[in-house]
Write a protein that binds this ligand. Structure first.
Ligand code: RP5
Length: 166
């Protein structure tokens, strides 16, 4: 797949979510996966969310990552308007530390799934999106394998340094 091919959309409820959600974009950039970043709110711009989600598949998007905090309706509303896989990222944005968003996103009704990652877990959302694409894209699969090998080497390196210091 060409790096410019748009295949993942990252959407979030507010610009205040961007600091967390950028971590998903970082993973996709590292893997050379084309993506767009959008801000739209299930509560403040519900019409735009519905319209955008309905058209996403026709625009070539294959996976949607949706992040929101508080009464986090966005991932579920997006999932209600598309049959693309939706990965939800609960964001720590209130006095409830993201547990409010986690419950809102993970507790979807039967038949309308949102694959929910951990609170502020946007990195894993990016990796999961890449894993879905890798099922049909050998280049992405290979880049993911390289990333796994790098992670492994990082742990071994840490162990060598810390163990060596003892
Ligand atoms: C949610 O409310 C957003 O996803 C954000 O996490 C939270 C707070 O939004 P702002 O008041 O910072 O715009 O809709």
């Amino acid at each position: 797949m060409s790096e410019n091919t748009l295949s993942v959309a990252i959407v979030m409820g507010s610009e205040s979510d961007l600091g967390v959600m950028r971590k998903a974009a970082d993973v996709l950039e590292k893997l050379g996966i084309g993506h767009e970043i959008r801000i739209m709110s299930a509560h403040r711009t519900p019409d735009l969310v519905g319209e955008w989600a309905c058209e996403a598949a026709d625009r070539g998007i294959k996976v949607i990552i949706a992040g929101a905090g508080a009464a986090a309706a966005l991932p579920g509303v997006v999932a209600a308007h598309t049959s693309l896989p939706v990965i939800g990222v609960p964001i720590d944005a209130t006095a409830l530390s993201g547990v409010d968003a986690l419950y809102a996103i993970v507790q979807m009704p039967s038949g309308v799934p949102v694959a929910t990652v951990s609170i502020d877990g946007a990195t894993n959302a990016g990796v999961l999106a890449a894993q879905i694409l890798a099922l049909q894209d050998e280049e992405i699969a290979e880049r993911l394998e390289n990333m796994t090998a790098e992670r492994r080497a990082g742990v071994i390196d840490s162990d060598r340094r810390v163990h060596g210091e003892a």
